[in-house]
Design a protein around this ligand. Structure first.
Ligand SMILES: C[S@@+](CC[C@H](N)C(=O)[O-])C[C@H]1O[C@@H](n2cnc3c(N)ncnc32)[C@H](O)[C@@H]1O
Length: 430
């Protein structure tokens, strides 16, 4: 199992260290949105001007220009892997310049993504052109695409219009490059401004959404996500950059700093608009965890407030990555399956805490084939209500592509919306 490089206390910010190509297949989770700022492959030993000084354009080894074939292969490989990690209605944003953006556009089409927009980020403060043989390079492109041609995506039309003086938001965004206050944890060589990422997050996700960045650098995506009450997983090869990411997250764990940053981010009509907007957003839907309970253990449930789920039996998975399990408010137990009907046993309880525990630490499970379990602690002992002994109609609870549908068939913890269970209980009592 892979241990996260960093997991925040609020479990809303995860970092993995390693090659994104190795790690993406090892994450058993589907995301609502992806932002990727991949290497542009523009480090060709050229020169530019920064703060009035002539400097090299080189960003680091990871950005070395290696020719079109290499760039195409690289982009095809990660865009294929990332599609597998996206929910069916998820969207992806990819930033670039002339060095990589044509390759990205071509491959998105090749892989059946649907391109929605090509945003032009017009920088208000670009460096002058050093050679004086070109127009000043003052823009970057950001392609917005969705996973499927036929599955609709989410677009926060009203907010975008509000941010644009009550006129439809256009695909040209005029925003400054990164400000001094964004470099408080040491700067990443290609750090994106929070104003761009905040607009992206708010335009394409709902509260609590999971956002993935496969080339996270200093995790501007994650900071924007958390400032907007969304959750985040970022991957980078370089420890140095992950340390910047971690420092930035720790900074905003202090609510005063977070509020201060929200006030400073460009792209809003006034200082308080970002903070006020997220306060007014609807709260996420409540979730219930369904846990399989063996027949012989059922009578003991009301004597305990602890329950163990099998964590997934696959050595490759990222240890302790949430799989939506931390969204659950209540635990209900079920039996059945393998040709028999699935049904709720009538036992339930409010969840106090969930964590992953090694079998060696659990009495009676030391010899189990499963290495890790989810330990669920309830506020009180399990309650029992025989009106809740009901058949679980799997097709009504989950849609076909819901990963939870597969989990329940393997007797793994599955997460379901609370109102779906309520509907089911009412229907069955009619
Ligand atoms: C353009 S930067 C991202 C900057 C980021 N958007 C920010 O605001 O800080 C790209 C990052 O991808 C990382 N990277 C490049 N190739 C990688 C790979 N194969 N696996 C993981 N990380 C990689 C680099 O270390 C670099 O930090």
């Amino acid at each position: 199992m892979i241990k996260p490089y960093f997991k925040s206390k609020d479990k809303k910010f995860y970092l993995l260290q390693g090659d994104t190509f190795d790690l993406l297949p090892k994450i058993n989770h589907k995301f609502d949105m992806v932002f990727a700022d991949p290497p542009y492959f523009l480090s060709n030993n050229g020169l530019t001007i920064q703060n009035g000084k002539i400097v090299s354009v080189n960003k680091g080894k990871w950005d070395k220009s290696k020719g079109f074939d290499y760039v195409n292969k690289f982009n095809r490989k990660w865009l294929k892997l990332i599609r597998e990690r996206m929910k069916d209605d998820a969207t992806i944003w990819i930033s670039g310049t002339t060095h990589n953006i044509f390759s990205i556009g071509q491959i998105l089409n090749e892989l059946d993504y649907k391109i929605l927009n090509i945003i032009t980020w017009q920088k208000t403060n670009p460096p002058p052109n050093f050679s004086r043989r070109y127009f000043t390079h003052s823009t970057e492109q950001i392609i917005w695409a969705r996973k499927h041609k036929s599955v609709p995506h989410y677009y926060n039309y009203d907010l975008m219009k509000q941010l644009n003086g009550n006129k439809q938001m256009k695909d040209v965004w005029t925003l400054p490059a990164i400000a001094k206050w964004e470099k408080s944890c040491k700067k990443h060589p290609t750090q994106k401004p929070l104003s761009i990422l905040t607009r992206i997050v708010l335009a394409s996700t709902k509260p609590n959404a999971w956002i993935l960045d496969p080339f996270t650098g200093s995790s501007t995506t994650g900071i924007a996500a958390n400032l907007a009450n969304r959750r985040f997983l970022g991957i980078d090869k370089e420890k140095e950059f992950l340390e910047i990411s971690k420092c930035r997250k720790i900074e905003i764990e202090n609510e005063k700093n977070a509020e201060n940053y929200r006030n400073k981010i460009h792209g809003f009509n006034n200082k308080k608009e970002f903070g006020n907007y997220i306060k007014a957003e609807p709260k996420p839907k409540k979730k219930i965890a369904l846990g399989f309970c063996r027949k012989k253990d059922i009578s003991n449930l009301t004597k305990t407030n602890k329950f163990y789920f099998h964590a997934i039996e696959n050595n490759n998975l990222v240890q302790d990555f949430p799989l939506e399990i931390f969204d659950a408010e209540y635990l209900y137990t079920y039996q059945g399956g393998r040709g028999k009907i699935f049904f709720l046993t009538g036992h339930f309880g409010k969840i106090k805490n969930i964590k992953q525990v090694h079998k060696s630490k659990i009495k009676g499970k030391e010899k189990s084939k499963t290495e890790f379990y989810w330990e669920v602690v309830l506020n009180n002992n399990f309650k029992f209500d025989n009106r809740i002994i009901k058949e679980l109609k799997i097709n009504k609870l989950f849609n076909n592509n819901d990963i939870n549908k597969k989990f329940i068939k393997k007797y793994l913890p599955a997460i379901v919306e609370k109102n779906k269970i309520i509907q089911l209980l009412l229907l069955n009592t009619l």
